[in-house]
Write a protein that binds this ligand. Structure first.
Ligand SMILES: [Zn+2]
Length: 389
């Protein structure tokens, strides 16, 4: 996505195609044929030429599919050359992580990336609880969206007794109702949160002191307890309260992911220092460890700049292999610079493979000293479950 974001077409010549899951692929093909016919009318010769080429390449790629993949398909294609007059038409094909609902065909000066970006962001989920004596609201933060999942009314009576009860007795009843409310909130929230398998953390908020009691009293399921990132003050309850949690809890979220990352990097470098064989780095070593199913945590740097590419040379030689985009690939036959014909998302492929083997996947930022160091040794590594030979 980062690479795609950097491309600016000279003209409106970059194609973004989003095919929803279950959509008839032949229908898309027909639409592209129509676009092809329309493009013949484009006045500028270079733009026309580039768009036609991109459309052809896209249609050729689509022919590889008998039907749309389960989650749909996204294709980006167009001239990404930085030199005028020397077009370089590239194609990226992505199978989205979740079922795609929108159909988009767009030809512009840049690629349409937002729907895909939102989808990726949505994989990060946080649990939110706003609680006070009047009630509680349980919600989820998915990507940028705050969703109110459940409102619970409390049965806690007001602060002062209206009936003929003694103040002492009244306080006791009130206390019991508070406990009930805390318990109920804990149960309902635990049920909602444990259904989210990508839950990164839980933040608790509310206007009064009950939120602290909720945290201290460990009312959440014990498996969720260590995901509690902290408690924040809010002025409101309900959906406004949940939104306030996000504003005020943002530092908690950032801190949590930074802390987790720091711990992982410490563990990784510790094994390297001890030379106990439980940390490996470099693409080949990591793939080897994946083959063994030995990877506990797969680590990929934000600065990891490799891709699985189909390379071609003007002499006719072609090969598919993993390449570092920072380097120039020379043809082994004639020594000329080869061009990337097609790219597959190596990070996505490695992550999917790791996940299917039960490994965790962590993207490591380059903001810390360790992160920077990690990038320098290749930007890919793994902490292993056991030593392999
Ligand atoms: Zn060659």
């Amino acid at each position: 996505m980062k690479t795609l974001e950097t491309f600016r077409g000279r003209h409106t010549e970059l194609i973004s195609l989003y095919i929803p899951s279950g959509h008839n692929i032949q229908e898309i093909m027909n639409m592209l044929k129509q676009e092809y016919a329309l493009t013949q009318n484009v006045k500028s010769r270079t733009t026309r030429h580039n768009v036609l080429n991109a459309l052809e390449k896209t249609m050729n790629h689509l022919r590889l599919f008998k039907k749309t993949p389960p989650n749909g398909l996204v294709i980006f294609c167009g001239n990404v050359s930085k030199t005028e007059g020397q077009p370089e038409i590239k194609l990226w094909s992505v199978e989205p992580p979740q079922p795609l609902a929108q159909k988009i065909y767009w030809c512009d000066q840049n690629f349409v990336l937002d729907p895909l970006k939102d989808m990726i962001r949505e994989r990060e989920v946080y649990g939110l609880i706003v609680i006070d004596t009047s009630g509680s609201d349980i919600g989820l933060l998915k990507g940028k969206k705050v969703i109110l999942e459940k409102h619970i009314d409390s049965l806690v009576p007001g602060k002062t007794s209206k009936g003929g009860w003694s103040q002492q007795r009244y306080q006791r009843i009130r206390e019991e109702a508070k406990n009930e409310h805390l318990k109920k909130t804990g149960e309902v929230a635990s049920k909602i949160f444990s259904e989210e398998k990508d839950l990164k953390g839980v933040i608790i908020g509310g206007p009064g002191p009950l939120k602290e009691r909720f945290k201290e009293g460990e009312y959440l399921d014990y498996r969720l307890q260590n995901k509690v990132l902290g408690v924040v003050d809010t002025s409101y309850t309900s959906i406004q309260g949940l939104q306030e949690i996000i504003q005020r809890g943002e530092s908690l979220i950032q801190e949590a992911s930074a802390t987790k990352e720091r711990h992982i990097m410490e563990e990784f470098f510790e094994h390297l220092k001890k030379d106990d064989g439980l940390s490996v780095y470099g693409l080949e070593e990591v793939e080897h460890a994946l083959d063994y199913g030995a990877v506990k945590t797969l680590l990929i740097s934000e600065g990891f700049n490799w891709t699985r590419a189909k390379l071609t040379c003007s002499c006719g030689y072609s090969v598919e292999k993993d390449v570092n985009l920072d380097r120039v690939e020379k043809c082994p036959k004639c020594g000329k610079e080869m061009t990337i014909e097609e790219e597959k998302d190596l990070i996505e492929m490695l992550s999917e493979r790791a996940k299917s083997l039960g490994s965790e996947v962590e993207i490591i930022s380059i903001d810390s000293r360790e992160g920077e160091q990690f990038k320098e040794i290749g930007g890919i590594g793994a902490i292993l479950r056991y030593k392999i030979v």
